[in-house]
Write a protein that binds this ligand. Structure first.
Ligand code: CFM
Ligand code: HCA
Length: 534
């Protein structure tokens, strides 16, 4: 059943009046006849509500810093935060130099009660010494968890002293979990630190090859960036740095020489894209390598940006060859998936990116949303003249970007940008609100109550989200696909990824498991408990 305003109202009526008013602002029914639909986003979750959101530490250490493989990421705090952010995201890496992949280690100061009472700075300094001696990484990061901010350990001072002592790039991030309203604050903190202390530290003045690019906001979940790079390399691009999937300190410090920055996940990395543009004059292009059409369009836009005839020709050749292979492989899965519906609720960009891929295998997204995206992710980047200041940026100072002397490429880039302004939307993209069908539902920071109610009402054939809510639909007899870590599978990006995705989604429908699960409402009353007869 489709949700209309009346049904929505009934669902929200279970909330106290004030909560209902708040939540209503975070939910909208798509209506393209309206010129502009506004949604509230990036504000504090109502206390007591079961949200899927993470914290600033998750966004900083877990998302942005964590995948950098030749660095050791020390978690300063009690052990839980380190343990639960230990590779659960499935950001894959293989070392470039032998032995220089530290992602398989869980490195933490494991603070105890006495450290909380007497301070943990000395313990942290000792840990850095030990890491340098035993693991010999190329660089070290230190991420603070909540108690560190509360007791006031000065991790910046510890990092500076250790950097002097060891002559190694050692940086500290005050990403205590309670900062901001979600993991988004942590992205910002990590981006600021990397931009100020890592990117541009290398001494390269020129790109090492023709068509040198960086890929920003790609985290190699389930091997995604390997599949994207396979295609990019075949066309003739040189990927200098991926930020940060399978990334490294060594690649990142010379990321300033790239001629173009691709932005895959705008939400987590737009800060760096903007800062690189200001500091080094490198333009950025929004791309999306999830889904076949999106991949082709992104590749074509890139070729158009460089404007070289041979590159454009090669791009078309590779696309034609990949399409021939992919379309053949997709066919049996499209038959299984045709006509089905899904929910697509993920963190900050996949709720949008995965809709195209679902559509390509015949599945319509009837509800989508983000855990922590900002309004520009919903409403598009350059349609927001009156946007309120970000809840995050109120807490975190913007990095003061000093233009770098190496703006030697600025002239070239800007000329191309001006020329291509109308052909490819550099530094622009469409938000979720502009792309979903009329009558579909857009829900920001959807919680567990709403998840159950919307499933019950709209009965999607498959639900896609993360580990925190995966088992709710399972118990209702509906398959669920994790779009965060891909449930042990992947890659899902690019051409081969699309086939893997179609195969996995088809398996969710064809598995006999569902014959053994009886959704509770089929044979039990919906009210909990039984009423005794007098
Ligand atoms: Fe970007 Fe991501 Fe996402 Fe994200 Fe995340 Fe992630 Fe995600 Mo989980 S960086 S916003 S903070 S695409 S970890 S790889 S899957 S919530 S939609
Ligand atoms: C995070 C990481 C996460 C969690 C996924 C999930 C990821 O938010 O800290 O809830 O299933 O992708 O690993 O988003």
């Amino acid at each position: 059943m489709a949700v209309n305003e009346r049904v929505l109202d009934e669902i929200l009526n279970s909330y106290p009046a004030k909560v209902k008013r708040t939540r209503k602002k975070h939910i909208l029914l798509r209506d393209s006849s309206l010129a502009h639909q506004e949604i509230e986003a990036n504000t504090r979750t109502v206390p007591g509500i079961m949200t899927n959101r993470g914290c600033a530490f998750a966004g900083c250490k877990g998302v942005v810093l964590g995948p950098l493989k030749d660095m050791v990421h020390i978690v300063h705090g009690p052990i839980g935060c380190a343990y639960y952010s230990w590779l659960t995201r499935r950001n894959k890496a293989i070392p470039k130099e032998p032995g220089k992949n530290y992602l398989t280690y869980c490195v933490s100061t494991d603070m105890q009660e006495s450290d909380i009472v007497f301070g943990g700075e000395k313990k942290l300094a000792r840990m850095i010494d030990e890491v340098v001696e035993v693991l010999k990484p190329n660089a070290i990061t230190i991420s603070a968890t909540c108690p560190v901010g509360l007791i006031g350990d000065d991790i910046q001072a510890v990092a500076r002293a250790a950097q002097q002592k060891h002559g190694l790039n050692i940086t500290a991030y005050n990403c205590e979990g309670y900062k901001g309203v979600s993991q988004s604050a942590g992205h910002h903190i990590a981006n600021n630190g990397l931009m100020e202390l890592v990117v541009g530290q290398g001494d390269w003045e020129e790109p090492p090859a023709k068509y040198t690019i960086n890929m920003l906001g790609e985290y190699n979940i389930g091997g995604d960036s390997w599949e994207i790079e396979r295609v990019l390399n075949e066309i003739g691009y040189h990927v200098q740095a991926v930020m940060t999937g399978n990334g490294s300190y060594e690649d990142l410090k010379n990321a300033h020489v790239a001629e173009l920055n691709l932005v895959q996940c705008h939400r987590s990395i737009n800060y760096i894209a903007d800062m690189l543009e200001k500091k080094y004059g490198t333009p950025w292009l929004k791309v999306n390598f999830i889904g076949i059409r999106a991949t082709c369009e992104s590749l074509r836009n890139m070729a158009l940006y460089f404007g070289d005839e041979d590159l454009i020709k090669k791009t078309e050749e590779v696309i034609a060859r990949e399409l021939a292979e992919t379309e053949r492989q997709l066919e049996p899965y499209q038959k299984i998936c045709a006509g089905k519906t899904t929910f697509c609720f993920v963190g900050g960009s996949r709720g949008h990116h995965y809709q195209g891929l679902y559509e390509e295998i015949g599945i319509e997204t009837t509800l989508a949303g983000y855990e922590f995206a900002h309004r520009d992710d919903y409403e598009g980047r350059d349609v927001l003249p009156n946007i309120k200041p970000d809840a995050d940026s109120k807490n975190i100072p913007e990095l003061h970007v000093v233009p770098d002397e190496r703006r030697y490429r600025l002239k070239l880039s800007n000329e191309r940008t001006e020329e291509l302004k109308d052909k490819i939307p550099l530094s622009h993209y469409k938000g979720m609100n502009m792309t979903m069908k009329d009558g579909s539902l857009i829900v920001d920071d959807m919680n567990h109550y709403e998840t159950e109610e919307f499933i019950r009402t709209m009965k999607p054939d498959i639900f896609s989200s993360g580990i925190k809510d995966k088992y709710v639909p399972h118990k209702m007899g509906i398959p669920a696909k994790q779009l965060h870590n891909y449930d042990y599978s992947g890659p899902y990006a690019g051409f081969k990824g699309a086939v893997n995705f179609a195969r996995d989604i088809s398996m969710s429908f064809t598995t006999p498991t569902w014959n053994f699960i009886e959704p509770p409402w089929k044979n039990k009353p919906l009210l909990e408990g039984t009423i005794e007869k007098p």
